[in-house]
Design a protein around this ligand. Structure first.
Ligand code: C2E
Ligand code: CA
Ligand code: CA
Ligand code: CA
Length: 278
């Protein structure tokens, strides 16, 4: 910006203003979409590495557009986080996914676990949506539940976070560290928080068989988790050779396009049904 002088700066601020207007528009549209119940939940299976059985699934929010367009979830979640709307989304996803998985398990006589993503903001207790989210958790029945948080949440380590995570642990809810390996290097949170699952970030899985560094990192994470008695899910498994490597190195569970993409309710239910009988 500095070097390009006055015009460059002008261009920069114009671009920034355009971006902020776009985000503002996106935010307004999102408020309407939530009000009109337009968000949907997709489900991506998580399978046991040893035998391919569906043991769990991750709930992922989708915002369908007309004409089949799709807004990136990362994008609208980040706008929702910036502007304090993400708790509403997390509450919506939790309520809908709990109801659906409970019903599916009854219908198919299965015990598929559910995993939901949680924005760091949810673990601050003063927000109304956060309270409703916690109440929903406390009242849940039957469904085995994991919440996925990032290392950032644990590094910040507020009193609220501590309190909530320990309460969830007592209530039998598992805590998973999402995007494991991409955040902060310290590992002391393993002794401070009741972590039971780590999800190896897909950037590491992507490098398996092609990068020695990534391969070593994955091996090291698997050894570490094993020593700590923590379960491991590999994310973003896209090829059979990645899956084979992970099985050989005693990774517990696999998730990724190689197994199946995130799917709407009906398709996910059909997938679980097929998996059960095969
Ligand atoms: P995440 O939690 O790391 O979710 C995994 C992302 O990887 C998902 O993207 C999923 O569709 C994608 N994925 C799954 N398998 C593969 C694969 O084999 N290859 C590749 N390249 N990608 C794969 P998605 O659904 O677009 O979600 C993006 C992010 O948005 C999520 O990352 C999560 O951080 C956030 N998010 C999604 N749903 C929610 C939600 O309900 N609440 C909150 N707070 N965040 C959410
Ligand atoms: Ca996740
Ligand atoms: Ca992840
Ligand atoms: Ca992520």
């Amino acid at each position: 910006v500095k070097k390009s002088g006055r015009n460059g700066w002008q261009f920069y601020t114009q671009a920034m203003q355009k971006e902020s207007e776009e985000k503002h528009q996106l935010f307004n549209d999102l408020v309407v979409a939530i009000g009109q119940n337009e968000l949907q939940v997709y489900y991506q299976p998580v399978v046991r590495a040893s035998d391919g059985q569906v043991v769990s699934c991750e709930a992922l929010v989708r915002w369908p557009q007309s004409e089949g367009k799709l807004i990136s979830t990362d994008l609208f979640i980040s706008v929702a986080e910036e502007r304090g709307l993400v708790n509403r989304i997390d509450l919506f996803v939790l309520r809908n996914s709990l109801a659906f998985i409970q019903q599916m398990n009854e219908e198919l006589d299965t015990k598929v676990h559910l995993s939901v993503n949680v924005s760091p903001r949810l673990l601050h207790l003063r927000d109304e949506d956060a309270k409703a989210w916690l109440d929903t958790l406390r009242q849940r029945q039957e469904v085995d539940l994991t919440i996925e948080i990032t290392e950032r949440v644990l590094v910040e380590d507020s009193d609220d976070t501590h309190e909530v995570l320990h309460e969830l642990d007592l209530a039998g809810i598992r805590i998973a560290i999402d995007d494991f390996g991409t955040g902060y290097s310290g590992l002391s949170y393993f002794s401070r928080f009741p972590v039971s699952v780590v999800k190896i970030d897909r950037s590491f899985i992507n490098g398996l068989n092609t990068s020695e560094t990534e391969t070593t990192l994955v091996e090291t994470i698997l050894l570490l988790a094993n020593k700590l008695g923590v379960q491991v899910i590999a994310e973003g498994v896209e090829t059979e050779s990645q899956a084979a490597f992970l099985r050989a190195n005693h990774c517990d569970m696999l998730q990724g396009y190689h197994i199946a993409p995130p799917m709407p309710e009906k398709e996910f239910l059909a997938f679980v049904k097929r998996n059960k009988t095969s």
